[in-house]
Design a protein around this ligand. Sequence first.
Ligand SMILES: Cc1cc2nc3c(=O)[nH]c(=O)nc-3n(C[C@H](O)[C@H](O)[C@H](O)COP(=O)(O)OP(=O)(O)OC[C@H]3O[C@@H](n4cnc5c(N)ncnc54)[C@H](O)[C@@H]3O)c2cc1C
Length: 475
Amino acid sequence: MDLLPAVPADDPGNFSWWQLDVRATSKVGIKPTLDRKIDADVAIVGGGFTGLWTAIALKERSPKLRIVVLDAYRCGDGASSRNGGNVHGYWGALPTLISFYGADKALEAARLGTLAQKKLRAFATSKPNDVWWVEEGYLRVATSEAQKSKLAAFITVARELGVPDTVRRVGKSDLLSLCNSPKFEEGLFFSEGATVHPARLAAAVREKAIQLGIDIYENTPVISVQQGSPCFVATSQGGVTARDVVLANYTGTMAIPSVGRTTTLFSSFPAMSERNELELERIGYKAARGIADLRMFTHYFRRTRDGRILMGTGSGPIGFGNNHSAAALRRDEPSLERAKIGLRRFFPGMSAVVSTWGFPIEVTSDRLPYFGTAAGTRIHYGSGYSGHGVNATVIAGECLASIVLGEKDQWSNSVFCNRTRVNFPLEPFRYVGGSIIRNAIVKCEDAQDAGLPQPLVARGIAEVPRMIGMRIGMR
Ligand SMILES: Cc1cc2nc3c(=O)[nH]c(=O)nc-3n(C[C@H](O)[C@H](O)[C@H](O)COP(=O)(O)OP(=O)(O)OC[C@H]3O[C@@H](n4cnc5c(N)ncnc54)[C@H](O)[C@@H]3O)c2cc1C
C-alpha cells in the first residue's frame, strides 16, 4: 500500500500561533531520521496525538512491546499543534448520534468520551506538564433566530436519555455574565469541557512517549507499507519490519479505500487575537472556556490563559478526493477573513489579529472517528475526527491498542470500531456537489447571522443533503 506524502508541515508561514509560542519559549529537539532497517512489534506511522496516544496505551498495557513511531516531520507538528484546543467528548453530539445509532450507542460514545477526558485531565494536570489545561465546561451559543431554534433538542434529548446534568440552557443574562458578546442571544452550557494549549500538549505527550521507551524517528516520511507476516514499513533510507502497523497519518489514511469512501476533506482556519486582558475583564470572559456557535460551519473560539481569543471557522474549502496536500486547504484568504470577521462581530474590542493559519480536517458523515483494520491485513488505522480530535485521539489510543492486542473490551466493541459508515458520492461529484452545497450553506448562515432573508436559490441547494439522506451537510 503506497502512502500519501504528509501534508506539508514545515512552512513557518503557516505555523500556528501555538507552535510559534512553543518554539519561542522552549527548546524544540528533533529525533534522528531512520537510516537503516530495524525490527519492532508495532510500527506506528505518524506521531500526532493519534500515534503517540496509541504508542502510550500499548506500552502501558504491554510494557515489553517494541514500539516504533515514524514521523515525516517532528511529532506533533501536524493538526495536533494547529487546532483550537477545545477539549470535550460527545455529550453535545447526542441528538445527531441518536438519529444514526439509537440511544444506547449514542450514550456509549459519550461515556467513552468522558473516560478519555478523565485520562487527558490526569495527564494534563500532572507535573511537570504545563499545557494550559482549564476545565470550565463548554458553551454553545445561538447568535441568530435560526440558531435559537436548535437549542431545545439538546435539552430534550439529554432529559430523555436520563443524563439531564450534562447540559443546561442558559438565558441571555446568565450567558452574558459568562462572556458578554453583543451577538450572543441564548446558549447551552455543557458540563464536560476544557481548553488546552495544543502544541504544549503535543510536546508533553511526545516527551511521555520517549520516557516510556518508545523509539521515535523524525524527518522520516513513510513511503509504503507492505502487508505480510510480518509487515514492512518502507522509508526512503530504511524501514521497519513489524507484526502490526498502525496508520496514524491523519488525512493520509484516506488512501485506504474504505476510509477514502467514507471520509471527506474539509479545512479549518483559526485567527489568534492580540493579548488584551483588560478587555476580557471588561466583557467578563474570565475563564479560558471554549465556545462555539450553532452554525453548521461553526465559529469555534476560546480564550487563552494569557489573555487572547482564538477564533476559528470550519467553513474552509473542501478537498478533491484524498488530495490533502492541496494548498487551498492551508491558505484561503476568504476563510481567514471569515475568522477575522467572526472575531470582530463577537468581540469588537479584541479584533487585532497576530496570527492566522489553516489545515485540512477529515470528516465522516456521522462526525465520529473510526478505528479499524484494512481487510485481510494487520494494518490498522484511526481517522475521521471531524475537527474534534483532542479528546477523540485519546479514545483512538485505547481503541487501537485493543485492536492491535486483540483484546475484546469496551473500546474494541464500541461504536468507534463497529459500525457501518455511509459512503460519500464518488469524485468528481463529491467535490463539485460538496463545494456548491458548502457555498450555499455559508451564504444562508451569513444571511441568518445578519438578520436578512436567506437567498432563495442558496436555500434550495442547502436543503439537498437532507433530501438525499446525507446528514453531513445538514444545518
Ligand atoms: C484548524 C483546526 C482546528 C481544530 N480544532 C480542534 C479543536 O478545537 N478541538 C478538537 O478536539 N479538535 C480540533 N481539531 C482536530 C484535531 O486537531 C485533530 O483531529 C487531531 O489533531 C488529529 O490528530 P492526528 O494525530 O490524527 O493527526 P496529526 O496531528 O496531523 O498527526 C499525523 C502525523 O502523521 C505524520 N505523517 C503523515 N503522513 C506521513 C507519512 N507518510 N510518513 C510519516 N509520517 C506521516 C504527520 O507529519 C503528522 O505529524 C482541529 C483541527 C484543525 C486542522
